[in-house]
Design a binder for this molecule. Structure first.
Ligand code: NAD
Ligand code: DAU
Length: 345
């Protein structure tokens, strides 16, 4: 019998890739995509799926329990990834991050818990982030985040995700809810909103603009291809242990300077296109994931994240899909939605 997954935030970058990945690789799954379509939610990311009878889009807000309740009755599990996701925006205004990532997660957890006469919806997977662990120093490259590393978020975004993460685990401990939490590193791939560093830099260069590198450029991130992430989410959803946390990483650490040089070289540009700009306040120095738990317990490891291949392929996607990001970057996509998808979008 097909299982129905309720995916929150399925019109965003990871969400849309997840919906596509799950439908393509898992004939046993049906997906309900519940998304309010903020600036980063985009139904164009899901174009072509409208006629798939295993897929349904429902426009709605995770803060609205009345919208969630009937969907929880239909679902056999929840992948909760709706969020405000950009660190810089959280520094400019943390309000929406608390509302969506903290309060919104509480509303989704409560709806999941009261479903089916109080039996609960089934498994609840919270898509968390390695940012809950804060920052590692550059000096000890052998140290990585494990699931037992200290929780020490730095930015308002990271603090709000940590609240959602720990609240989800509290619902396991307090109510016996079937909760699994995944904490992953920086994703890259198609359909990423061009405020995040890779699509921002690639689309800037395609527009003939310079790339704004924060601070000294020595900050390190562990880059994970979004399809590897989607596969790991499904592994944790299917086979993860209730109440357990699984780190997910790409085993692909790069400094921002290395990343920038790789992008410049693949795209045929020189150093002169780098503009060093003021650093991000509180900028975390290094993220590095030890993903040995998910490998040992669930048999998952990244197979699509290695560079240069995965980066070359991602850059090619932005080069080949200029209509998509030009609309997104210009804000015209709101008008485009209405035309393509009608007033409900
Ligand atoms: P995104 O900003 O591209 O997408 C977020 C989606 O959530 C959008 O479609 C948006 O419309 C939706 N949304 C926001 N508020 C909502 C609300 N109130 N109700 C319903 N839907 C709402 O983000 P992303 O990069 O795809 O990240 C997805 C999840 O993965 C987030 O929880 C994020 O914290 C987490 N994560 C992201 C990364 C990464 O590198 N992008 C890494 C680790 C974890
Ligand atoms: O680690 C997981 C996190 O990765 C997720 O939880 C977040 O949702 C996601 O946005 C991402 O956070 P980062 O802050 O690491 O990603 P971002 O793409 O914003 O920045 C990556 C690095 O590039 C970071 O060190 C800051 C730097 N940067 C970013 C931008 C936007 C620049 O140097 N210049 C820029 O213009």
């Amino acid at each position: 019998m097909a299982k129905t997954l309720l995916v929150t935030g399925g019109a965003g970058f990871i969400g849309a890739n997840f919906v596509r990945f799950a439908l393509a690789n898992r004939p046993d799954l049906r997906i309900i995509n519940f998304d309010v379509l903020t600036y980063s939610g985009n139904l164009e990311n899901l174009a072509g799926l409208e006629s798939d009878d295993r897929y349904r889009f429902v426009k709605g807000d995770i803060l609205d329990p009345e919208a969630l309740d009937p969907l929880m009755e239909e679902a056999d599990g929840v992948i909760h990834m709706a969020a405000e996701s950009h660190v810089d925006r959280s520094i400019m205004d943390s309000g929406p991050f608390i509302t969506t990532n903290v309060q919104g997660t509480q509303v989704v957890l409560d709806a999941a818990r009261r479903a089916k006469g109080g039996k609960g919806v089934g498994r609840f997977l919270y898509v968390s982030t390695d940012e809950v662990y804060g920052s590692l120093p550059l000096e000890n490259p052998e140290v990585r985040f494990t699931e037992t590393s200290q929780i020490k978020p730095s930015s308002p975004y990271a603090a709000s995700k940590t609240a959602g993460d720990l609240l989800s685990l509290a619902y396991f401990h307090t109510f016996g809810m079937d909760v699994v939490v995944t904490r992953c590193s920086n994703n890259f791939g198609p359909y990423q909103f061009p405020e995040k560093v890779i699509p921002l830099f690639v689309t800037n260069l395609l527009q003939g603009k310079k790339v704004p590198l924060y601070g000294d450029g020595k900050n390190v991130r562990d880059w994970l291809h979004v399809d590897d992430h989607c596969e790991a989410i499904l592994a944790a959803f299917d086979r993860g242990q209730a109440g357990r946390v699984y780190n997910i990483g790409g085993d692909n650490e790069r400094s921002n300077l290395d990343l920038t040089h790789s992008i410049l070289s693949i795209m045929g540009h020189g150093e002169e296109m780098i503009e060093f700009v003021q650093d991000r306040p509180g900028h975390d120095r290094r993220y590095a994931i030890d993903a040995s738990r998910i490998e040992q317990e669930l048999g998952w490891k990244p197979t699509r994240s290695a560079w240069p291949e995965a980066l070359v392929e991602t850059i090619a996607w932005y080069r080949d899909n200029q209509d998509w990001w030009k609309r997104v970057k210009s804000g015209e996509y709101l008008a485009y939605y209405e035309k393509q998808y009608g007033a409900s979008a």
